[in-house]
Design a protein around this ligand. Structure first.
Ligand SMILES: [Zn+2]
Length: 456
């Protein structure tokens, strides 16, 4: 089946031109001017549309256990929402229980995802114990196509400095990319305990327990540990100004340190925790002050921040409400999988960044950093993961037009100019004009190459 997309404005990370795209057998067969339409089974007139590579959401938590509940989107509803928001590859994070090999955790998660995922998916490994067995496994992870591993610096399953440093040393040798949740365990836990003792459990104290400096301290320590180990590092969900400045400094010195931020840190500040529905915005790290929001936008436009991902990990409103009187009882996490690409493209339409930059941070860079060489560009030979985007379409985000399994959205009422009108996953139309058209089980597990972070 050949599909010819005619006369679109084709946007990659470093190019923007009018042309045609020929899709054949799920791949992009040709990109050029006036391609012959005779062989095409279907011709799409894209003359008023942008033709973009599908986004890659490199940070989600689907069907993840969170205390007494699970994150509200499973592999089917999460990837359905992804498809409807122009995301064609979803990375899920596995956790690692003590004693269980990382590859076994991935195999178990894959049993949940296979048969349900509507777009392609990948897994980062997770590590919560560092010993010789786990460190040896890092080499197997890379060989088997899972060359990225997440470490936490806080929570009960977080790594201390010795463990994180040993992991970074091994990763440098094995050519794995360590991604790190950087918040200071000491500052956060001491604050939480103190607030609890004083009965300070309003949602605002979620922010106060994890303030800007809690992130900054861990960002700096993680960067220094990576430098000492000679390892690249990827900081997930960067949310604070000082960390962003320190990252820019490390980068200027030539260190292979990369960072991701999330749409909710760009769209909101800590003011949300003063709203009546503030409990719904509980996530870690929390949204910070306006200085951080400004710095993050600067980082996105100047190139210090490499990727946008969502940390999609929502809970239903009644579950969030468990924390109304005591924020520590609310499940932690926000939604975003369907909002990321439209939100960033809307910002591009407003001139805050270029469309090329939006494509770079949402698709090309995650493809490179996480070794997805079949994704991330409209280019012959790549998978036909394509989004057709109407830059003039008016769209107001509402729980009623989202495709997740969640009973609210933190983006309710947000007005966007521009919205995806079609998503293709390997040449199959999975979303068109507001309607999901894919099928559960179509998505394939992606095995990946070594990160571009090793090409420095
Ligand atoms: Zn996360």
């Amino acid at each position: 089946m050949d599909i010819l997309i005619k006369n679109g404005r084709i946007i990659n990370a470093h190019s923007d031109f009018k042309g045609d795209v020929l899709v054949r057998n799920g791949k992009i067969a040709a990109v050029g001017q006036k391609l012959d339409s005779k062989s095409a089974d279907k011709v799409i007139d894209a003359s008023s549309l942008l033709v973009l590579p599908g986004a890659i959401d490199a940070h989600t938590h689907l069907e993840m256990k969170m205390g007494k509940t699970y994150s509200a989107d499973g592999y089917e509803s999460g990837t359905r929402a992804a498809a409807c928001g122009g995301v064609t590859t979803v990375f899920d994070y596995t956790l690692q229980e003590n004693g269980k090999p990382m590859l076994e955790e991935i195999a178990d998660r894959d049993k949940l995802a296979a048969g349900k995922a509507c777009v392609d998916y990948a897994f980062h490994g997770g590590i919560s114990e560092v010993n010789d067995a786990r460190l040896n496994e890092v080499y197997d992870m890379v060989k088997q196509g899972f060359p990225s591993i997440k470490a936490y610096m806080t929570y009960a399953f977080g790594l201390d400095d010795i463990a994180l440093y040993r992991l970074l040393c091994t990763s440098a040798d094995a050519k794995a990319l360590i991604t790190v949740h950087a918040e200071s365990h000491g500052i956060v836990e001491a604050n939480r305990a103190e607030f609890k003792k004083e009965g300070l459990t309003d949602v605002w104290y979620h922010y106060l327990s994890r303030p800007e400096i809690a992130e900054e301290e861990a960002d700096i320590r993680a960067i220094k540990l990576a430098e000492a180990a000679g390892a690249p590092l990827y900081i997930v969900h960067l949310g604070n100004e000082a960390g962003e400045r320190y990252l820019a400094k490390a980068r200027a010195e030539g260190l292979p340190i990369y960072a991701e931020t999330c749409p909710h840190y760009l769209a909101f500040t800590n003011e949300v925790y003063k709203r009546p529905d503030g409990i719904r915005f509980i996530c870690s790290p929390p949204m910070k002050g306006i200085e951080s929001q400004i710095a993050l936008w600067e980082g996105v436009s100047r190139g210090v921040i490499d990727t946008i991902a969502t940390d999609h990990c929502p809970a239903q409103s009644f579950e969030k409400d468990w924390g109304l009187k005591d924020y520590t009882l609310a499940p932690c996490g926000c939604m975003g999988i369907e909002n990321m690409y439209p939100y960033m493209l809307n910002a591009a339409g407003k001139g805050m960044i270029s469309y090329e930059r939006a494509v770079e941070v949402c698709s090309a860079n995650p493809a490179k950093l996480f070794g997805c060489d079949t994704k991330g560009a409209i280019e012959p030979g790549r998978d036909a993961d394509i989004v057709l985007y109407d830059p003039k379409k008016e769209f107001t985000i509402s729980v009623d037009n989202m495709h997740s399994n969640i009973d609210y959205t933190i983006y309710e009422g947000m007005k966007l100019k521009g919205y995806p009108v079609m998503t293709m996953s390997r040449g199959m139309i999975v979303y068109e004009d507001g309607v999901f058209k894919g099928e559960a089980g179509y998505g394939k597990l992606l095995r990946r190459k070594i990160s571009s972070a090793y090409n420095y």
